[in-house]
Structure formats: C-alpha cells, structure tokens
Design a protein around this ligand. Structure first.
Ligand SMILES: O=C(O)c1ccc(O)c(O)c1
Ligand SMILES: [Mg+2]
Length: 644
C-alpha cells in the first residue's frame, strides 16, 4: 500500500518535515494547513519541493466547522472553501479533508448538514477536487464513521467520500467491522493512529497522546482489516498528534512511523489470514485480490539470552572482572584474537570486551564501562536478521579473525548491538569456535543461574521508539506501563518480551532529573543497562553464597519488612530471613517473587537475583522501596565524592 504521513506528525519546519518523510521512504504527505501558513515559501514552491523529494501530496487539511451551521453562514463558508481549492490547485493536490463540525451552534439534524455537504461537493467536483468527510470523535453532531457515511450516501455525489481515522473510531469504542460493507472506492482516505488507553476526554487524548501503530493499545489490525475487505486501495496515512513527537527529531520520528506502517501491514495480514482460515470462503466465491501487504519472515523463536557483552578499557576490565568474581562468575575463556574475556556461571555468559579499535572500544569511549551488546539465543539467526533488516534495522558486521564465526547483529535504536545466535550444539557453540576455553570451568558458585531479564534506562521521549523496535524487529510483545514512584520523581516502566517470556527487557524512562533512571541516563550519556537480573531456584542459598564471596547487597529498611509481614500475614521467622538477607518479596494469589539487588558497579549497573514461583512480573510493588534504597546509596556515594 502507499504510505503517507501528515506533516503534523513531524517536528520542525515544513522543509524539515518533507525531507524526513522522504528519507524514511514515505510515498506521500498530508499537508497540514498550519504548516503551510507558517512557511515562508509559496504553495507552488512546496509543490516542487515535494516533487523533488519524490513525495506525492496526498491530501490537504483540515477544512473545518463547515456543515450544518445556521443557514445564513453557508455562503461565506462556501467562499472559504473556494479559497482552499485555489491553494490546493497551486499545491497540486486534489483531496481535501473536511472534518465534522465541532462548533456549539451546529444544527443537530442531518438535513442541513447533507445540504451543505452537497453544496461544497458540487463546487469541488466542478474543479476536479474530491472531499473526504471525516467524523471527529468530538464532533457536535457527527462523531462516528457510520454517521459520516450516512451523510455521504445522502449527498450521493462522486466528489464526496468517506475519510476514516482509526483514532476517532477506536477511542469511542465504536465498531469498525461495518466498513467492510462500504464500497472501497467510496472510502477516499485512511488515517492511522494508535493510542494508549487513557480515561480522558477524546479531544485532549487525540491532540496529545496519539502514537504510531504498534506503540499503543488500540486494535489497529482490527480496524484496517474491514477497510481492506471493502476493496480500499488508497494510501495508509499516519496522523499522529503527540507531544513527544513534536520534541523528537523529525528523522527519527519518520523512521519510526515508516516502521509502524510495515508492522501494521504484517499484523493485518495475520488477522485476515486467521479470519479466512476460521471461515473458509465457499468454493464458488470470486477469488480475492491478493493483498499487497508487507510480509517479512516470521520472527525466529527466542530461547533466552545467549550472552551480555560489556565494553571496557584495560583498567575497567580488570575491576569489572573482580566485581563479577564476587558474584560467582569465573573466567571460562579468552577470545582467540581479541582482548575479550568470557565469564561464566551456570547458563550465564558475560563477555568483557577491551579490544582496541573495536565497536566495543568506540562504545566505551562514548559511554564508559557499560553493556554494549546483548545476544539472543534464537532458532534461526539468519531468518531473524532478515526480518530485522526488512524492518529497516541497521545490520552490523564486525571484523573477524580466521576461523571465527560471523555472528549477525543489528543495531538497537541507540547504536548498541543485538546479536542473534543459533549455534548451541555441544562442541560447536560460538564459545568453542571463537574462544580458548578453560579446561574445566569451575562449578557455579551461587546456584544454577540464568538471565531472567535486563532492565534498560532510556532518555525521556524514547519509550515508543524502543517498544516498536522490539515488536517489529523481533516479534516481541509489550506489557502494560507501570508508573513507579522514585524519591526524586516518577519512573515509567514497560517491559517488552519474547512471546515465550525467555527474553524480557523492562524499559524505563523518567522526566525527572535525579531518579534512578535519570541517574543512569546521565552516567552513560544515553541509553544504558540498569540491572541484569539472574534467576535462581534458591534465592536464600544464592544470596548467602554471594555474600560469602564479598558481594554487597542493597540494604533494605526494617520498616519495609514490618509492613510486608502485616500486608501478607507472614510468619516472623520467614520475614526475619528475608530481612537478614535484604530480600524483597511479593505475592499475587499463589504466585511468589523474591528479589535482591547488589550494590552497583561504579554507580552504573547492578545485578538483581530473582526467584520466581509462578510469578510473571518484576516486583513493581517493591519498586518504591528499592528506588528509595538506591537513591539513598547514590546520595551517600555523591556525598563522599564531594568531600574528597
Ligand atoms: O484535532 C483535530 O482538529 C483534527 C483535525 C483533523 C483530523 O483529521 C483529526 O483527526 C483531528
Ligand atoms: Mg484525522
């Protein structure tokens, strides 16, 4: 399908917006009137600028507050329309968006509205212009696509058709399935926007919280599917009013938008296929037009984290190695050709990369000691990589030595790497080929651990980009958003995870300046790992073993344990054990969760030890006490450094 984006979705001046849309390979743009009004060039200049960039102007908008006003206002409004038609002639666009009237003095009857729409459609038709009539969800008389369609049918002129916008339909909880019965050529245009479900009035919700398809909670595939069944073959256009997008670089936002439409197409195809399988068409039915929808290879199933790679220099590599040893890790191998050390414990592989002139070194110079790459263990790495590439992720290939493996990787939105690894048969793993492994790695010091999740801090405004990246590139799913109180402000947290839950990544953002998330973003000068959670089957044993090795755990106030005992009616002895080990506890029904955090490595990342008993969350109930304990520790550290 043709992909278009409304200029209102992108930040900057009109040329910035057009350039960003072209760079993201959109086919066209909807020009918002205000973007034109505020621009110094003439409509003809805008037309040639778009043409030079290979962009079609798909629509001009909006024309508003027109139909169904007191009769004496019609003539003046028709004059107003003619002026818009003149501008459209210069812009070289023949479709005008007319949105349903929101003014208080709109007559609440269909007759006058249809009369006015007929008058403007007749004038438009004479000039070769078409009008798409859109129901705004806060329209005074017309709020739903069904009502708009009724008026379009009453007018019955070829120059007036229906324009549908997913936001207005889904925000009202209105049913889009009837769109399948509208003749496809009577739907003139389709606007797409997703949104988080928020308990607020539709007008501010629409103007501030729309997001790209896949970033919110609406069922957009369920909206598009009936439209495609109608036979609609026009553009799919993003119309996203959003405060974060207004502040974001137009290039990044346009790239996200382009990815979101591909994702929507993939999801819609899956929806249509599932519907067709559930109700096969009778053999006599006319063959369906093959759908021109994006069809990437399926995401390769994930089976957990394969490794996590740290960027370091020689000095920090030694300090990090010593820290990891207190956490039970032991050196299990040395890279054949690079200064990369493999640390291992149970099924957890950590690489510390201090190779000069490498990707890791460049990352280290920008961010300091940090996680520069993660590897997912997948079933089919090349299929997974191919999918990510088609979703416009940038592939990465580092230099390799003789007989070493090329491990495919893509860049995450911040430039860090995500490797996909599918070699895991004994004797042929990436560690066997690329590392000189130690003869007999020591037994795990702290129990049979595996990586449970990796928690990332993102700069404010980047939440939606990352969510969409993981959904599109790797077929991940997103949880609900939690708002967590930190002593210094709020943290918003949303986890993305592989469908089987084996790879989980809580993403955190904060608008405040000194929350744990903000401190992380500041320490790394950007995105960074806040903690790596390791799962154990025996948290008391693991924590005790690590303490004995010198690991330091985040102290948790006694008040928390008092409160916990009261909240869940716990035995004193059990609570005393938790308190003695600084282990946090949560329960949901029969499910239980135990977790403890280490003190961070050089004010950067910490390790969290978790034990899950049928529990699928992240202990959000304990986030406030944990964030407070971390804030207290951080202020102690900063006090001691300012005294020096
Ligand atoms: O918020 C508005 O006014 C507005 C204008 C045009 C649209 O297409 C729309 O969906 C909303
Ligand atoms: Mg709209």
């Amino acid at each position: 399908m043709l992909h278009s984006i409304a200029t209102v979705s992108l930040s900057g001046t009109l040329p910035d917006k057009l350039q960003a849309a072209a760079a993201a390979r959109f086919d066209g743009v909807e020009i918002f009137e205000s973007d034109l009004t505020w621009y110094g060039g003439s409509p003809r200049e805008v037309r040639s600028m778009a043409a030079d960039l290979g962009l079609e102007i798909t629509l001009y908008q909006p024309f508003r507050d027109f139909e169904g006003l007191p009769r004496e206002r019609l003539a003046r409004n028709l004059d107003r329309a003619e002026r818009k038609f003149d501008v459209m002639g210069d812009l070289g666009v023949n479709l005008l968006l007319l949105c349903s009237n929101v003014s208080a003095d709109t007559i609440l009857e269909d007759g006058p509205a249809a009369e006015d729409l007929a008058a403007v459609a007749e004038r438009a038709g004479r000039r070769g212009i078409r009008i798409g009539y859109e129901a705004l969800s806060w329209g005074r008389h017309v709020k739903t696509w069904g009502h708009a369609w009724k008026l379009v049918q009453m007018v019955d002129q070829p120059s007036l058709g229906l324009l549908v916008d997913s936001f207005h339909t889904l925000a009202l909880g209105d049913d889009p399935s009837g769109l399948a019965e509208v003749p496809g050529d009577r739907i003139f245009f389709v606007q797409m926007a997703d949104a988080p479900k928020l308990p607020m009035d539709v007008l501010p919700w629409s103007r501030h919280f729309r997001c790209y398809p896949g970033q919110g909670e609406f069922d957009l595939a369920g909206f598009l599917a009936p439209i495609l069944k109608s036979g609609y073959g026009g553009p799919l256009s993003l119309e996203v009013f959003n405060d974060d997008l207004r502040a974001m670089s137009a290039r990044q936002s346009a790239a996200d938008g382009a990815r979101s439409l591909l994702y929507l197409e993939e999801r819609t195809r899956a929806r249509l296929t599932a519907e067709a399988d559930a109700a096969p068409a009778p053999a006599t039915a006319a063959p369906q037009r093959p759908l021109d929808l994006f069809t990437p290879p399926a995401a390769s199933p994930c089976h957990g984290f394969e490794f996590i790679e740290f960027a370091a220099d020689d000095g920090s590599a030694v300090r990090l190695g010593a820290w990891l040893e207190t956490l039970g890790f032991a050196v299990a191998g040395q890279h054949r050709s690079k200064r990369v050390t493999l640390y291992r414990q149970g099924a957890v592989n950590l690489l510390v990369n201090a190779e000069p002139d490498s990707f890791a070194q460049a990352y280290y110079l920008l961010h300091g000691p940090s996680v520069c790459a993660m590897a997912f263990h997948v079933e089919a790495a090349s299929q997974g990589l191919n999918r990510a590439r088609l979703y416009r992720c940038k592939p990465f290939e580092g230099p390799i030595g003789p007989n070493e493996l090329l491990i495919p990787a893509v860049r995450a939105p911040d430039g860090s790497l995500i490797y996909l690894v599918d070699r895991y048969r004994e004797g042929t793993t990436i560690y066997d080929t690329d590392f000189v492994t130690t003869a007999a790695p020591p037994p795990p010091a702290a129990g049979d651990l595996r990586i449970d999740h990796v928690s990332l801090a993102l700069p404010d405004g980047q939440f939606d980009s990352w969510v969409l990246f993981f959904k599109a590139a790797f077929g991940f799913e997103a949880d609900a958003t939690f708002v967590l109180p930190d002593p210094h402000g709020l943290v918003r947290s949303k986890a993305v995870q592989s469908p089987d839950g084996s790879v989980r990544l809580p993403l955190n953002i904060s608008q405040s300046r000194n929350t744990a998330t903000a401190r992380s973003v500041s320490a790394y000068s950007g995105v960074g790992v806040q903690h790596i959670a390791l799962a154990t089957g025996d948290i008391f044993g693991t924590v005790a073993a690590l303490r004995a090795r010198g690991a330091r755990f985040l102290p948790i106030p006694a008040n928390y344990f008092e409160d916990l005992a009261a909240k869940f009616g716990l035995e004193d002895e059990f609570v005393d054990r938790l308190a003695a080990a600084s282990i946090l506890y949560d329960r949901e029904g029969e499910a239980e969760f135990f977790h403890a955090y280490t003190e961070p490595f050089e004010e950067r990342f910490s390790v969290e030890i978790v034990e899950r008993r049928s529990y699928s969350g992240y202990g959000a109930a304990n986030a406030p006490v944990r964030l407070a304990a971390q804030a207290q520790l951080a202020s102690r550290v900063s006090d001691s450094t300012t005294l020096m």
